[in-house]
Design a protein around this ligand. Structure first.
Ligand code: GLY
Length: 359
């Protein structure tokens, strides 16, 4: 069992990692929500039949009145339409400012329900109960919540820290291999940017079974790295950008294939390999690093390369939220386990990508 603190001034909260913790959700929520009477539980069609009843019963036993909204599973639900639907459900339930929203599910549920919590009644408390690996190691921690617009992903959002994050490693047993490995890209990312020993441990694990044998340690390590980064740069103006390693090129891959062919994790995996290659060409990253990341990515059934036309890079990076103007902040590795932000002229970046991928 692991307990971690995200020590933000005035908004500190705990992340609790424990087998079977969903059954204790009610008592644990009660501790951080002493005045709440109502909880708006948001989940999706995949998660509801697996864990909905267990969580609801626990919350009701702790004296909460619970209303459940079940959204369709999938990225399409991170929409203004679903957001409005949640607002309507919360209002029909007569949620008040002392009540709270509980997000039970993966990243889509957490981001959508989190943004609804951040904005309804000018903001109500939020509890995150992430059930996928990606949500447990990344999206449920750190307060980024958002919905998508037709113009791009996560374009309407907020920083809205939860009051509590509860994660049960046993939830990961019900994930398909594809969804599990999708999350492994973010897990590998932590090793790449902050901890080469952790990277080696993941290589030693050798696959899903090996990771599951050490899952509490893996979740704890990822969440403690994320908590530390968020503590130092909650608003993503500096250090937090390191968490975007592999993401700038990853977004180009996702967008080039209309978010249909590759999952986020698959795109990030190929993006990390490409970013390591870029770093090597710029003599920032030691030679051989991209090969080590390639091996790790293969080990977790993630793609080591995604081909994409130069216009796709130009379209995404030209509009990328992280890089205004002629330059872009790229996250590159000084060595495996240590990342830094490098300002790069976009034209130079496109030329290097052309050299690497021959287009
Ligand atoms: N997923 C990146 C961040 O939370 O900043």
């Amino acid at each position: 069992m692991g307990k971690l603190n995200v020590p933000l001034p005035g908004r500190a909260y705990e992340i609790q990692i424990e087998h079977g913790i969903l059954k204790q959700a009610g008592d644990l929520c009660r501790k951080v929500l002493p005045k709440a009477r109502k909880l708006a539980l948001v989940t999706d069609h995949h998660v509801e039949p697996l864990y909905g009843n267990m969580v609801r019963q626990s919350l009701k036993k702790a004296g909460f009145s619970v209303h459940t909204t079940i959204i369709p599973a999938g990225e399409a639900s991170k929409s203004m339409t679903q957001l409005e639907h949640l607002y309507e459900e919360f209002m029909a339930f007569e949620l008040t400012r002392t009540d709270a929203v509980v997000a039970l599910g993966g990243g889509v549920v957490g981001d959508l329900a989190g943004f609804a919590a951040a904005t309804i009644l000018r903001g109500v408390d939020l509890i995150q109960i992430p059930t996928t690996l990606l949500a447990q190691v990344d999206s449920s921690v750190g307060g980024k919540v958002a919905v998508d617009l037709p113009a791009g992903k996560n374009l309407v959002g907020a920083f809205w820290q939860p009051k509590l994050v509860l994660m049960d490693p046993a939830c990961l047993n019900t994930l398909s291999d594809a969804v599990f490995y999708d999350g492994m890209a973010e897990v590998l990312k932590y090793g790449c940017i902050k901890d080469s020993d952790f990277f080696r441990l993941l290589m030693d694990c050798g696959g899903r079974q090996g990771v599951m044998k050490r899952i509490e340690e893996v979740l704890y390590t990822c969440c403690s790295m994320k908590a530390e980064v968020v503590r130092m740069d909650e608003r993503d103006t500096g250090l937090r950008m390191l968490l975007n390693f592999g993401h700038t090129l990853g977004h180009a891959y996702e967008q080039a294939y209309h978010y249909e062919t590759y999952t986020h994790g698959q795109a990030v995996a190929a993006g990390m390999v490409a970013a390591a290659e870029l770093g090597e060409r710029l003599s920032i990253t030691p030679a051989g690093t991209s090969e080590r990341i390639r091996a790790a990515v293969r080990c977790y059934e993630l793609p080591e390369r995604i081909d994409c036309p130069m216009e796709a890079y130009q379209n995404t990076i030209g509009l990328d939220k992280k890089g205004a103007g002629l330059e872009i902040n790229m996250i590159l590795l000084e060595q495996l386990g240590r990342a830094k932000i490098v300002k790069l002229e976009k034209q130079r970046l496109f030329a290097l990508l052309g050299e690497i991928y021959g287009s």
